[in-house]
Design a protein around this ligand. Sequence first.
Ligand SMILES: [Zn+2]
Length: 111
Amino acid sequence: MEAIDETAVSAQLDTKEAELRVGLGELNRPVEPGATIGFGKRIGDGTSEAIQRMADASSSQALSQTLEQVRRARVKLAEGSYGLCDVCRAPIGEARLEFRPWSVTCVEHAS
Ligand SMILES: [Zn+2]
């Protein structure tokens, strides 16, 4: 495996973290006052709202998880274990790291 370009990886992690923070900020933004109150509301409107809220919650959870991985990857970079699976210590693989520089586990141990 090629030597890891720590500077490049670090920059990628920074970019990803900023992106995730924006995403989380938007998802957690409170609903505008009055936006959900209205007359002549049909049955079904509430349902699609509930579904949207659930989708937001689950993607917010996914973003938080990825943010955790980004932070973990940065620690691994500092401690010299970057590129190795947190579970089995096997190399994560260049292709996987290229696609997701914040990968902290091998494909087998990705949850
Ligand atoms: Zn593993």
